[in-house]
Write a new protein. Sequence first.
Lengths: 279, 560
Amino acid sequence: MRIPAAILTLLAGMALVLTGLWVGQNINLLPEDASLNAPVYDELFKVLFSIGTILLIGIAGLIVYSLVRFRRVNGDHGDGVAIEGNLPLEILWTAIPAIVVLFVGIYSYDIYERMGGMAPLNDHSMHAMHGDAAEGRTWAGISPVAQGADASEPTLPVEVTAMQFAFIFHYPEADITSGELHVPVGQPVALTMKANDVIHAFWVPQFRLKQDIIPGQPTLLSFTATKAGRYPIVCAELCGPYHGGMRSTVIVDEPQTFADWVAQNSPAPAPAAPTAIQS
Amino acid sequence: MTLTLSPASPPPASLQPQGWLRYLSFSTDHKVIGLQYLVCGFLFYLVGGALAGAIRTELLTPISDFLPRETYNEVLTLHGTVMIFLWIVPVVNGAFGNYLIPFYVGARDMAFPRLNAVAFWLIPPAGLLLISSYFIASAAQSGWTAYPPLSLTTPATGQIIWILSVLLLGGSSIFGGINFIATILKLRRPGLKLMQLPMYCWAMLGTSILVVLSTPVLAGTLVLLSFDIIAHTGFFNPSLGGNAVVYQHLFWFYSHPAVYIMVLPAFGLVSEILPVHARKPLFGYTTMVYSIMGIVFLGLIVWAHHMFTSGTPPWMRLFFTIATSFIAVPTGIKFFNWLATLWGGKIALNSAMLFSCGFIFNFVFGGITGVALAQVPFDIHVHDTYFVVGHFHYIVYGGTVFVIFASIYHWYPKVTGRLLNEPLGQLHFLLTFIGFNLCFAPQHWMGLNGMPRRVAEYDPQFELINQVSSVGALLMAISTLPFLINVVLSAYRGAPAGDNPWNALTPEWLTTSPPPVENWHGEPPLVEEPYGYGVEPGELSLAATSGREIWAVGDPDRKP
């Protein structure tokens, strides 16, 4: 006696879901996480990766099964079954994706809020201290500082200028200008970014953060680094022939090391050369 | 157009060239124009493919050593522009649309045959102009997106030629769109209802609506951009008080719908191919129609998801996230319907079917990464990286180009009267499928781990994966050979196909192969059930002959 098809289907479905969940949790495609944002992002990634795996394997399985099971036998010129539709079934597979994308949308909104992305624009209280209130309008990127608003931990303001083909970092408090970004572990950093020539983008893959730097629109981006180390800063927007060479480094130090670096560099403002363009 | 020629009198000696020369002429025959689009598009595909080869060669090593940096940016700009505007859009719309739509509506030609010829003949000059810009001065270097201020600061001649060329191609596309809308709505054979049209008609109707609504916006934008370049106006130039982000909004208002302009016709073509080779009716005709219209509507209101890192306000990000995610619903309906079409059929595992199934797999992959990209926090990390490059190649190559090949295998017998060679076709599929996935799947990982797009040099940690990707690209290039050999040899030596080798029911098969000039001798057939395959569930008999006799061929009583 054969096992009923419904039971086999149920088992296949369960195996599929378990595989998807296992893949989402155990296969890591992401680089190291080094900011407060990153673990939140990785959480979203795992959920999307699980859902995606279940869908892809499920549909690929259905195609392969159909092609094998329903392949035309030699000499058979007959037709298949004349089923032209099934309204309840169609309602089902409209409703399920709708619920899934709604869930994903709400969940990612929640993630986004936890990352601080919903901070209101034109929040002058935030950037007035950076002295660019005269610019009139600062466009917010992701800014977790806005959400936390913790007075205990003062933010470290840094002014970023992007140009063809380098980033220049200026620390207004210590009056340091550097071609590399030095930040301490655990302290929120507020970048005020501007570009003078073309559009660039500031991306640190390990921070899961990216923000375009658009001429005429100073942009604010905040983050808190969580792991000491050196991470690449990558320009992600085509900005000219040396776009691929427009890279820098963010050096995340322990607070003491960072204080030493500031002390070493601040009295005599020795502007380091902007990151050299590799040829 | 529906006037019947008296069959007795042969057409008078025409000033139009006959034979193969008519393919180089200003022919107004929709079938000739369709083939002109197809062959012309394929030649540009070879050009675009060669450019892709140059890109993948450059990326074999982490340093910029194969092409000069400016040339690399010219190459990537030309690659994108050629593939989109000269290969995919003209072929899925112009080529198959022109060839098939008049058949499907029971007409003898398109509504505006001369406009149709004009639309095609805009393409070769525009394409040659674009490519010649590389030799005249230097081609545009700012990517196919041409974002200002970069496009204002790169050499002006190349950028202006690029704009001119895209304007011509956009014009061609609009002419085509108007023609398709008029043909589908107004040239239907008397008695043929809208809801009896083959699905490709609906797809082309939706696509043409998108073309007509959104292409003029691109044209206007590019005119403004050219003013900024030539006349030093400041529409998009921040240093003159302009706004660079406004350009992005206007550009993507066309260029996101452009994705649907490229995939909706492919959806339509697959809906034609699957039922024939699975010997089953298209599952859920009505929901397919509504989902096309849903995609058209949603496709117009999702453009800003390309701009999540451009400093868009939070409410806008939220709106565009939700709207973009919801496109997955009508798209999902179509995919489930195709799977249901396959289910329980008698599937012929031929090249057309394999390419169609390859399309379903690739597009589902691209759709999943697409829904992920719609989520703002996800997108912020991978925006403008190789993840996006992988994603959209899964959509436009894995989606549309696979369908173009499936369609060629499916309709070649109609066009030439001969069958393509099956083993060569299956080799073509195998090489393309493996090469494609090898080329583009690893790019998702590169993007997640820190490789931005449009770079000639990159972090050495990505070297090995880039080489794997380049091997995939090489396989894709090789896969073109069996296809070309097959197409050329079969035209002379292929097995005769007869009029209807697939036992299909749609009207293009109810005439000779190749079809006569005005499509049918005698009245166009009235096909009320284009997908009437299959035996009723109750009377399932293995010996059943193919197809129900449901069409009325040339019923003279129907004509008033």
